[in-house]
Structures are given as structure tokens and as C-alpha cells.
Design a protein around this ligand. Sequence first.
Ligand SMILES: [Fe+2]
Length: 467
Amino acid sequence: MGFLGFSWCSAIAVLGLLLNAVVFCNGGTTSAFVRPVEKTVDMPLESDVFLAPHGYNAPQQVHITQGDHVGKAVIVSWVTMEEAGSSTVLYWSENSKNKNKAKGTVGRYKFYSYTSGHIHHCTIKNLEFDTKYYYEVGIGHTARTFWFTTPPEVGPDVPYTFGLIGDLGQSYDSNKTLTHYESNPTKGKTVLFVGDLSYADTYPNHDNERWDTWGRFVERSTAYQPWIWTAGNHEIDFAPDLGETKPFKPFTHRYHVPYKASNSVAPFWYSIKRASAYIIVLSSYSAYGKYTPQYQWLLAELLKVNRSETPWLIVLLHAPWYNSYNYHYMEGETMRVMFEPWFVQHKVDVVFAGHVHAYERSERVSNIAYNVVNGICSPVKDQSAPVYITIGDGGNLEGLATNMTEPQPKYSAFREASFGHAIFDIKNRTHAYYSWHRNQDGNAVEADSLWFFNRIWHQVDDSTSTH
Ligand SMILES: [Fe+2]
């Protein structure tokens, strides 16, 4: 019995090694691109990107995000500094003269010695799909007008283009990343933001003025297209030494998300549908163990995804599960252990993470066979598994993550320590074109790219190592 057991074990082990050797015969690429070595420095407070709009109580830090589950509502948020003023949004479609009104709410918060401006949130509902709307916030001669376009109605073959930015901060490099994204000839219509917004917590006493400057800096994009927010560690703002013990206080006051529309009980995990994509946002910094609210929510949520309606299943989270840099190494491991089997079972197409200030793309791999005693704990190629992309390369003051584990793990398809952004361009239910753009290049240059084949409708090997 013992001998027989040993034989089988050996045979399985040898087979496993052979399989590994076969499936991983092509190793990944560590980019040879050489960057100029420059310090990453925050833009000074007097920079033009931080200028407040002129006039008494003029709305500033304007940003929008999806306001319901399907894209017929928008949450409009802004800040007025001098007084509460009006929380009403006036809005009208491009082809209509009728102006509609929606009433919002206003509030402020204190953080240590800082008191915020008056933060307004207003959800405008029952919008038409695929329609350009103008909206106006503020009153009198300091009213400001912006516009956005609602997404097409949810459907399986609806093309849609997402931008991807993470760990942005407010350095000169952050500005280059945002400008590069705006200049990309493939125009992103919505930003999937994978966490770490302002980095205000890196300043003395978590200087919340840096939340305000960040809001003014990104307004040129966030006022005109929705940014889908993921919470990162720099949103926690947990500072017991300052008497600030409620995590996520500035973030939750400033950035609202439509979490109730997906039956979530907290704004850190939620889902939306947009065009042909189903987007699940998870929180690396909220409990996800068995029985926790996030665990139970995700368990139920994955069963709700109808891939005949939304073929593309995309997950956003902050701490990457597959990361071969020597920064934040294995910080995403406990969440991976909890949720990775579900992602494989439900054939998630792609997982975007931030946190590591560099770029990395994985092969389709899974690591779900381990059961404490069997020793099977290496990632293996798996065509039901997502591609994992780390896009924490927005350009914040902490600088680049340049140290990598060597040799490059087999699961890592491509990695490079440069700042940049990415585009996920869905064509139909089977194909999406993905590209990563480093800041040093021209607007149309793709430093990494591949065709994604949908895991439900076209589940053939799309790894670059097979091309
Ligand atoms: Fe982070």
C-alpha cells in the first residue's frame, strides 16, 4: 500500500513537472527599455493644474461616476469653499432645450486640524443611453458647465473603451500620465481607477489640502468622463496618533460610488454594468475572510453575472495577486487564497490591480490546487483563469518600483518599471484589444499589447507566448 501510494505520488509529481516544463516553455519578458533616472517630485501648490476657479464659492474638484447599475444615472460631485451654496445640478441633453434639475446633498468633514470645504453629491437619474448631456453646477456668475456622454445600453456586442490608471498622485509624472491618457488616439470613455488617488496621507498630518489639490488637478478628466473608483491603502487615512480612527474618512466623504445598486453594504466593494462589461470592484483593505460582508457579497455577485448580456467580466482591486516586483510582495496573497478559485470557476477575463508602481502582465494562470498537504502550490497555465495586470504606474511621489524578483517567474508575461496607462478596448463579445502606453513614448505607441479573447465566447489561448 505504502509502495503503491509512493509510486502514484511520484508519477503525479513527475507528470506535474513535465506539464510545467511544457506549458511554461516560453518564459516572460522583462522589458529592456531604459528610462532616464529622475526623482519623482510632487507639483508645487502654485502649479497651474491646482488653480481654483475664479469667483466667490465657485464649484471646484468636479467629478462624475456611474450612479446606478446599468449606466442611466451619474453621480456628480464638487466642492465649494466659502459656503454651502446650492447642491442642485441643472442638466440637459444635447438635443433638448429642456433643462432638468436634480437636488443633491452637501456636507463637510474634519480631519485633525483640517476642515473640508462643502462637498456636494447629486445623482442625476433616468438618463437616455448613448447621449451627450451638459450639466451645470454652482449659481450666478460662478456657475460652471461640463458635459459627459452616457454609455450605450448594456448588451453583449456593444463596443466600449476603458482607460486604466492607478496610483496617480500629483507629481509631474502624474500630470504626464493623465495628459498621455487624454492624448491617446484611442479615446477612453471611462477610467477604471485601481486605487491610491491623492497620496495626501504622505504629507504631515495627512494634509487634506492635498485631497483638494488632487481634485482640482484631475478635474479636467473626471468632470467629463466617469472614473470608477477602487479604494487603495492611501485612502485608509487611519491615524490614531492624530485622533483619526475611522478608516477611509476623506475618501468616503469625497468620492461616492453606487454600491447600493449592487446590494453592497459598503462603498468599498460593488459592481456596475457598462456596455458589454460587468465590472466588480473589490477592497483589499476590508475584511474578505469567510462569512464577512465582502465575502458573502462576492459569492452571490458572481452568480448574478450573465455573460450572454455582459460577456466581459472585469475585476478591479488594489493589491495585486500576481506581482514579481520586490515591492508589496505577496500583499495580495491572502485575498488570492480566498477568491482565486471563484475567479477561475466563473472565468473572469481580466483582473486589474495597482499598488506596485510599475507595470506587469501575467499569463493566464491559476494556483488553486493546494490543500495544505499535497504540496501543489505553483501557478499553472489555466485557460479558465484571468490575466492579471498591475497598472500602479500612474506616477506618484513615491517613485517607481524598479527592483524585480529574479529570475522572472514563468507566470509573468511582461514587466517594466515605467509610468504609464492602459486602454482596454472591447470590440464585441469575443475580442478586446488591450494596450499599455509608457509616458516616454508618443501618443500612439503601444509598449505592450495583446488581443484578449473572451473566456466564455472565444476561450482559446490568447497568451503572447503562443504567438
Ligand atoms: Fe497602494
